[in-house]
Design a binder for this molecule. Structure first.
Ligand code: SF4
Length: 414
């Protein structure tokens, strides 16, 4: 086979893998990854492992059911529960309340399951009155009198957002029995927020972007250690580190890098997606991975990964590192304090790159467009005329910021 034919053949294979989706691919790898489990009828019904969630004293499943499920997805909740995926994550805004209502439908049918589920929801505000309203609405939608954890969603600055009033509100909600624990989620400048939270003394849990690209960074290692020492339970999200920008698609090399890694893991009996989850679980300070599981295929695939006894070899870790390095310009690590201050206009660069990821990598065009178009008209106009040369110079991922923002604008504007 000529070099050109080889490349075309590999690209065709990758296209097929892409069409299957990560979950399907993982499912197809289960027999390889879990050969010993498949031969054991005992293991087929074994619940997935649990880990202690910080200083809460509660053990949670190492896989958490996330994403947006609808009223008709009850089978996913039922099977998740039966297999021990008993950490369920949602937010008042997911699917404009659809996900909370779907959970409420489940608990209406299976009320005894409620106390066995570690239920997390989130709301966005630092105003105690609004937090009251949001929490009460979430409880009503989910047919429950309490949540195990309440997160302030998408915290960017701990000092400004986790104020004394918010602390007082959290203590009151705990005293009323409406929440058991309190924390926040973070998508950008996560390390700063984690380090600041570790000093506060009243944060029980954090859900943050954490994956094979981020976990190797010194600042992230320091932040995870600080939270572990402070007894803060940690939940990893965005563990597949999907591309924020279609940078590679534009120059045609993404396929080759991804395919090379996939081929290497397949030879070892892993799917690359499975390896990415296992890499995160190998850090015992991460209590759980929150993963969107919109259907049974992905649920089963992720459960198989959680049950797998496979460990990553040094070579496997090297492959992940190499891939992360080779594809860095396609992934925004959320360090917006580096780039956003170098631009004359106030442009939420990392947010826009995240919306782009929802569209390019998750196929969630509607949510991406909704989030993008909630930016002000001025911001959307300024993002096209801003000078990003300094931002690109300092970006540790060496992203072509101007180019990918322009493309995001073209793709998402309405
Ligand atoms: S500096 Fe680069 S990686 Fe960091 S937020 Fe900005 S664009 Fe993303």
């Amino acid at each position: 086979m000529s070099k050109k034919e080889k490349i075309n053949s590999r690209r065709t294979f990758l296209k097929a893998v892409g069409a299957m989706g990560a979950g399907s691919m993982l499912a197809s790898m289960i027999p390889l990854a879990n050969a010993s489990d498949q031969n054991s009828s005992k293991n087929k019904t074994e619940a997935i492992p649990t880990r202690l969630f910080g200083k809460t004293g509660v053990h949670v499943s190492i896989l958490a059911l996330g994403g947006v499920l609808g009223l008709n997805d009850q089978i996913v909740f039922r099977q998740a529960f039966k297999r021990g995926v008993t950490y369920w994550d949602t937010a008042d805004g997911y699917g404009w309340g659809k996900n909370e209502k779907a959970i409420g439908k489940y608990f209406a049918k299976f009320p005894d399951d409620r106390k066995k589920v570690f239920l997390v929801t989130k709301g966005s505000s630092s105003d105690p009155k609004k937090l009251d309203q949001k929490l009460n609405m979430s409880l009503k939608r989910m047919n429950t009198s309490y949540v195990d954890m309440y997160f302030i969603i998408y915290v960017k600055n701990v000092k400004n957002e986790l104020t004394r009033q918010v602390q007082t509100w959290a203590e009151k909600a705990k005293a009323e029995g409406k929440i058991h624990f309190f924390g926040f989620s973070a998508h950008k400048n996560m390390e700063n927020s984690m380090l600041a939270a570790a000093k506060l003394g009243w944060i029980d849990g954090i859900m943050m972007s954490y994956n094979y690209r981020l976990m190797v960074k010194d600042k992230m290692k320091k932040a995870v250690d600080a939270c572990a020492k402070a007894g803060i339970g940690l939940t990893a999200m965005k563990t597949q580190a999907a591309f924020s920008a279609n940078f590679y698609a534009s120059i045609g090399s993404e396929s080759d890098q991804a395919l090379q890694m996939t081929e290497n893991f397949l030879k070892k009996g892993f799917a690359a997606e499975q390896a990415k989850l296992i890499a995160v679980w190998e850090n015992s300070n991460i209590a759980s991975i929150c993963s969107a599981m919109p259907n049974m295929t992905i649920l089963q695939a992720n459960i198989a990964a959680a049950m797998s006894k496979n460990k990553l070899s040094l070579g496997d870790k090297h492959r992940l590192n190499q891939y992360a390095h080779q594809t860095a310009p396609g992934y925004c690590t959320g360090c917006s304090d580096i780039c956003e201050s170098t631009v004359d206009f106030k442009i939420p660069i990392s947010d826009i790159l995240r919306y782009s990821m929802y569209s390019n990598s998750y196929g969630n065009q509607d949510e991406a467009a909704m989030l993008f178009n909630s930016l002000s008209t001025e911001t959307k106009a300024n993002m096209l005329k801003a000078d990003y040369s300094k931002a690109e110079k300092y970006c540790p991922q060496k992203m072509q910021i101007h180019k990918v923002l322009k493309k995001a604008h073209e793709d998402l504007i309405s």
